[in-house]
Design a protein around this ligand. Structure first.
Ligand code: BGC
Length: 450
């Protein structure tokens, strides 16, 4: 037990982010933001979203599509103004079809097949909507505007297009990287005879949809973050080069490269599908925390420190990469060790400590990046700021939100009360509909230079 305790203490040192490091990472993040905005070499992509903040008065009926990983979802969204909305005819489909076993994320699937699948979801949502509202058939004078939440790194020159730079979150569908996902979706709608009925008007990242949904209800929101399977942050930039009014900028913070790295991080990165990329996300998000946990536990076990892991059926679980999800980590953190099938007694307490250390590091790194964003917007912190957050870790990982708030308080010191953090309720579909509303109802209020 003594050796286990020693090794755990060493791990605690490796994974800890001190108060000084918190501020150093924050200022490096701020520097990378500023370099990214001026198109100098930076790990932050700083993509303008071509969207301004909503004013809360956007109203009407819109279609929304959301694809960001293992599920794709569609809905009709009614925006009722003054921050109220309704999602109706909502439909969710897994990218891995449970009946046929077809996985639309696999490399042997073509872009056309993936986008036909997405257009099929929209067709079903729209058909259900018309069935329930038969009178609309004759009175709908123009196609329904569609907002498409697409949560992968892509470059835009207009709000209607998005050129995929690279897949992540283990999606590998062929023929999409380098292409405009707006055109791929329009072509799929055309193949289904839907192009006169549904009109894609906006492509938006899920961080931006989080921003839009939260800001639709609360105008003080100026930053939004996701911490779930993936991680990312966007904010309202008042001085984006080429834009004459404020624009929401997607930092793609998951790719930030300047955070302390342990041997476990290096191994995970090397064994991943995209070595060298998304290194911040690989330390923070639900997709990777379970895998880091598995590798640490396996390492301990190989040193003979966690013997009961060798009891069946545990070896199969521990030897399989990505077999431990963020959900399993949450359970480990909550479950009484006496009820666990994973390990017994002191060893279970050791597993909980490892899970806690990884969770705490994630929350503190995320806080560091948010401090960087706030300092970029308001170097002396003279104004109030509201950060809207969505994602399974913030919502459901025991202790996550508390660690994040504590780190923000530590970083902002006596001015911490100027920064409010709130859960963004509503999600990507509503945000996509708000983007469709902004782009189809308002005259563009700015132009971007090429
Ligand atoms: C993607 C981002 C996305 C985030 C959250 C990351 O892997 O690169 O575009 O916003 O996940 O879904």
């Amino acid at each position: 037990m003594f050796l286990l305790e020693q090794v755990l203490s060493q791990l605690e040192i490796e994974l800890s982010i001190s108060s000084t490091e918190l501020l150093t990472i924050a200022s490096s993040f701020q520097k990378h933001m500023e370099q990214g905005l001026s198109e100098c070499n930076s790990s932050l992509k700083m993509f303008p979203s071509y969207l301004q903040a909503p004013n809360g008065c956007e109203v009407g009926t819109f279609l929304a599509l959301d694809f960001g990983g293992s599920n794709a979802r569609g809905a009709v969204v009614k925006l009722e103004g003054e921050g109220t909305f309704q999602e109706i005819n909502r439909l969710s489909r897994p990218l891995l079809d449970p009946d046929s076993g077809r996985d639309y994320r696999a490399p042997d699937v073509t872009a056309e097949e993936l986008f036909d699948f997405l257009a099929g979801i929209l067709q079903e949502v729209f058909t259900n909507f018309l069935t329930q509202n038969p009178t609309l058939k004759s009175i709908t004078p123009r196609p329904l505007p569609l907002g498409f939440a697409f949560s992968f790194p892509y470059r835009q020159r207009t709000i209607r297009e998005g050129f995929l730079l690279n897949w992540n979150k283990e999606v590998k569908t062929s023929g999409v990287v380098g292409k405009d996902v707006g055109s791929l979706l329009s072509a799929a709608l055309e193949r289904r005879g839907l192009s006169s009925i549904i009109k894609p008007t906006a492509i938006i990242n899920d961080t931006v949809t989080t921003f839009l949904t939260a800001a639709y209800q609360d105008h003080s929101v100026d930053i939004a973050s996701i911490i779930g399977t993936g991680h990312n942050t966007c904010y309202l930039e008042t001085k984006a080069p080429g834009f004459d009014s404020p624009v929401i900028v997607n930092t793609e913070s998951g790719n930030f490269s300047d955070a302390p790295e342990t041997t476990y991080d290096l191994i995970l990165d090397q064994q991943s599908n995209n070595p060298g990329e998304q290194r911040f996300e690989k330390k923070l998000s639900g997709k990777y925390l379970g895998e880091l946990f598995r590798q640490i536990v396996l390492g301990f076990s190989h040193q003979g420190l966690l013997g009961t892991l060798n009891n069946p059926p545990a070896p199969a679980l521990w030897n399989q990469p990505y077999s431990i999800s963020g959900k399993v980590l949450s359970l480990i953190l909550t479950e009484e060790h006496s009820h666990s099938s994973l390990a017994a007694g002191d060893e279970y307490v050791a597993l909980q400590r490892i899970a806690y250390l990884l969770t705490k590091r994630s929350a503190r790194l995320m806080a560091a990046s948010l401090i960087g964003v706030v300092r970029h917007l308001d170097p002396d912190l003279n104004h109030p700021h509201t950060v809207a957050i969505d994602g399974s870790l913030y919502k459901g990982m025991p202790g996550y939100a508390q660690e994040l708030w504590a780190a923000l308080n530590e970083g902002f010191g006596s001015k911490a009360n100027l920064v409010t953090v709130k859960l963004s309720a509503g999600g990507s579909l509503t945000g996509a509909a708000i983007a469709a509303a902004i782009t189809s109802c308002r005259k563009p209020s700015y132009t971007a230079s090429e």
